[in-house]
Ligand binder design. Structure first.
Ligand SMILES: Cc1cc2nc3c(=O)[nH]c(=O)nc-3n(C[C@H](O)[C@H](O)[C@H](O)COP(=O)(O)O)c2cc1C
Length: 332
């Protein structure tokens, strides 16, 4: 494979399926994955997604309408399984906006009961997984795109705790559908490394929080820009599976409860949705937590999500151009 051509939209399977220019997906972002952000990513030639976690039905639908009003380009929605109990009303919204939405991604839980429904509605179906075994299962169930997310990612991580670098090649071997790498990616080097390891594209979360269009509180965005090597920690590993967050005093307090073997019932109230909202939307980091990936230490500015995508696209093409002719089979 000519590695340069992987970024050619007419040859890239993720670009083909999603109808986009550059294989960069904005991951579902609980509370902060708003319509303006999704539209800005899609305007840059990537694939934005409106998140459903942390939103009421009305708010979810409104953000879809906002996204459509701000871009003519394709975008999608994210449905994390663990964030919902009743999927029917969300699927009704998807039905109403069938022509606006290109793809539906499932994260955080087992999407087996829902993949067929979503495919039958005509959506491209993307499934976030964190192990090669889950990837094979998702492919068998009909996933069109597999998003493999490593342990360095912000938010809920897989129990296997596989890192992105080891996950991509294993998932590439396990499935034949397109593979998108997530976790630890914020720039053109991450995109190119992912492609060389066998991915067809990337999904980024933390990078897109620190953008002008994201509805995260400015304090949260600034914490990302100022974060360093010790800025994330993992909560509730043994209770619900790892959750990677910003390491503020609040998160350290929750970790201490875990270390001291507090009861699950004592710990869980500290990580419920409203505590996430306190920090992510209201900027109150004294009384809440916010998801954050290890890649935050590489993010140095709050810029437009459109520019994030355009910059990565331009810089990666520049880097890969010298390898255009006959570079051979790096992926095989
Ligand atoms: C603030 C935040 C919220 C997230 N919420 C969701 C979500 O609701 N659904 C989901 O599937 N993934 C969610 N994720 C995971 C991202 O979609 C993405 O896969 C991940 O952030 C990639 O790793 P990175 O943070 O290193 O870029 C979230 C991540 C972050 C940082």
């Amino acid at each position: 494979m000519d590695i340069y051509n992987v970024l050619n939209p007419s040859q890239n399977r993720v670009c083909q399926l999603l109808g986009i220019e550059t294989p960069i997906i904005q991951g579902g972002l609980a509370y902060v994955g708003n319509g303006s952000l999704a539209a800005a990513v899609s305007e840059g030639g990537g694939f934005g997604q409106v998140g459903s976690a942390g939103r009421t039905l009305e708010n979810f639908e409104r953000e879809i309408i906002i996204a459509r009003s701000k871009t003519k380009n394709p975008f999608g929605v994210n449905i994390p399984i663990s964030a919902h109990t009743d999927f029917t009303p969300f699927f009704e919204i998807l039905k109403r906006h069938r022509s606006d939405i290109r793809a539906v991604s499932f994260g955080g839980g087992n999407p087996a009961p829902y993949i067929k429904t979503i495919k039958d509605m005509g959506f491209i179906t993307m499934v976030v997984i964190s192990s090669p075994n889950q990837a094979s299962k998702a492919e068998r169930l009909g996933a069109d795109i597999i998003i493999c997310e490593g342990y360095e990612a912000g938010g809920h991580n897989g129990k296997a705790e596989l890192t992105t670098f080891t996950l991509i090649p294993q998932v590439r071997r396990a499935v034949s559908v397109p593979v998108v790498a997530a976790g630890g990616i914020s720039d053109e080097k991450g995109l190119i490394a992912s492609i060389i390891l066998g991915a067809d594209g990337v999904q980024m979360g933390t990078r897109f929080v620190a953008t002008t269009e994201c509805e995260a509180h400015n304090h949260y965005k600034e914490l990302i820009v100022n974060s360093g090597e010790d800025s994330t920690t993992v909560l509730i590993r043994d209770i619900k599976g790892p959750l990677r967050v910003y390491k503020n005093d609040y998160a350290v307090m929750v970790r201490n409860l875990e270390k001291n073997n507090a009861d699950t019932e004592e710990i869980l109230p500290f990580i419920k949705g409203v505590k996430n909202k306190n920090a992510a939307i209201d900027g109150d980091f004294e009384n809440g937590y916010a998801a954050l990936g290890q890649v935050s230490s590489l993010i140095d500015g709050i810029i437009s999500a459109t520019d994030v995508v355009l910059e990565i696209a331009n810089k990666s093409k520049k880097i890969l151009r010298p390898f255009h002719v006959g570079y051979g089979s790096l992926q095989n």
